[in-house]
Design a binder for this molecule. Structure first.
Ligand SMILES: Nc1ncnc2c1ncn2[C@@H]1O[C@H](COP(=O)(O)OP(=O)(O)O)[C@@H](O)[C@H]1O
Ligand SMILES: [Mg+2]
Length: 361
């Protein structure tokens, strides 16, 4: 059998009193999407930090494609063809996508011929892995999902064979997460290996081939994903039987606290972003606002003024008549005491003009 893309043997790591990784052994097969799940603090990020050269293990061994490797820095990791997609992106905002991708590479972006080559390579990677992004867009203007694509492109551009993604969907909308999963599937199709850290069981089931469960620094199981159930994974994660059902008490909504009627909001270019939205928020309930994310390429400009409609906060009524003085965002955000007391019910509202279908995840 071909050697594992990466193998960890007996990895141990302490931070003072905290024993973050305990005798962790793990083999990740080439061309698979390997998930690592575990509760907060289980030691997942520490383990990934060790693979990426951010931390040094106190004990243990790393094998890359069957050969012992010492990884002391991100450069060592890249030399071993391990690429990390950071949770907090490490991109330079004022630079373009292309500049960010070549930044730090030999020659940098000063060489024109090099840049042209990089541009062509970026286009190829974009097509191959569903990672299309405008190479000339400034990173500052990109959505979070697009920035993540740039991070992945950066790793691929540096020839990474194994990609580590640590909680990549934490910052994404459900649509962006679905796109990411398509990207991961195409990486696997091209023979790349993916290590996906998550604590979301749905993601494990949807995209991984194999899943390793960590608890309190240890590996407690490595299983074929198809042979697991969410209940079993949750149990392994926390170490006792768990119910995945959320017990919700029925709501006992009180008086209306906020009433919004026919609200219209335009952005700085005068484009209507909120079109005649009406809803009521009652005391003692949680109201969710759901909508589809803008399609990629749409740049959202900050809203300026509410154009028309009215919003009443408790007894105060603010009528909005193209007057910039009646903004009520800060007023609603200012009552944390009320917010914490209001945690008894959940309800969703849909913009009156929404054409999308309800989305659940
Ligand atoms: N740099 C650090 N210094 C001290 N303690 C740390 C450090 N990084 C992580 N830890 C601790 O190690 C344990 C494992 O953390 P982490 O690997 O981040 O878990 P996970 O990613 O599974 O949530 C936690 O108790 C955490 O507080
Ligand atoms: Mg973590």
């Amino acid at each position: 059998m071909a050697p594992a893309a990466i193998e960890l043997r007996g990895i141990d790591k302490r931070f003072g009193e905290v024993h973050a990784n305990r005798d962790v052994s793990l083999a990740v097969r080439r061309g698979t999407i390997h998930g690592i799940v575990g509760e907060n603090g289980a030691g997942k990020s520490t383990l990934m930090g060790i693979l990426y050269g951010y931390y040094q293990p106190d004990r243990g061994e790393i094998l890359v494609r069957g050969r012992p490797a010492v990884i002391r820095s991100a450069q060592d990791a890249l030399a071993a063809r391990i690429g990390m997609v950071h949770q907090h992106f490490m991109l330079v905002e004022p630079f373009t996508v292309l500049e960010n991708v070549v930044l730090g590479m030999e020659g940098g972006f000063r060489l024109r011929a090099g840049l042209a080559r990089a541009r062509a390579e970026l286009a190829r990677l974009g097509r191959e892995y569903h990672l299309e992004v405008d190479p000339d867009a400034r990173v500052a203007d990109l959505s979070v999902g697009q920035r993540q694509r740039v991070e992945i492109l950066k790793a691929l551009y540096r020839d990474a064979e194994l990609l580590i993604l640590d909680e990549p969907t934490a910052v994404l909308t459900p649509q962006e997460a679905d796109h990411l999963f398509r990207v991961l599937a195409s990486l696997r199709r091209e023979g790349k290996t993916v290590l996906l850290i998550t604590h979301k069981l749905r993601e494990i089931r949807e995209v991984t081939d194999v899943v390793t469960v960590m608890r309190q620094g240890r590996v407690v199981a490595t299983l074929a994903t198809t042979e697991t159930t969410p209940e079993q994974l949750a149990e392994l994660m926390v170490g006792r039987t768990v119910s995945l059902r959320v017990d919700k008490e029925p709501a006992r909504p009180g008086d209306a606290v906020l009433e919004v009627t026919d609200l219209v909001v335009a952005d700085s270019l005068g484009v209507e972003r909120v079109k005649r939205v009406s809803f009521t928020v009652r005391r003692g309930e949680i109201v969710g606002v759901a909508a589809r994310a803008p399609s990629s390429g749409t740049t959202t400009r900050p809203p300026t003024t509410a154009r028309s409609g009215s919003a009443a906060l408790r007894s105060r009524r603010a009528s909005i008549d193209r007057s910039p003085s009646t903004t009520f965002g800060p007023a609603t955000a200012r009552s944390p005491r009320r917010r914490s007391r209001a945690a008894t019910s959940r309800r969703s509202c849909w913009p009156a003009s929404s054409t999308g279908t309800p989305i659940s995840s």
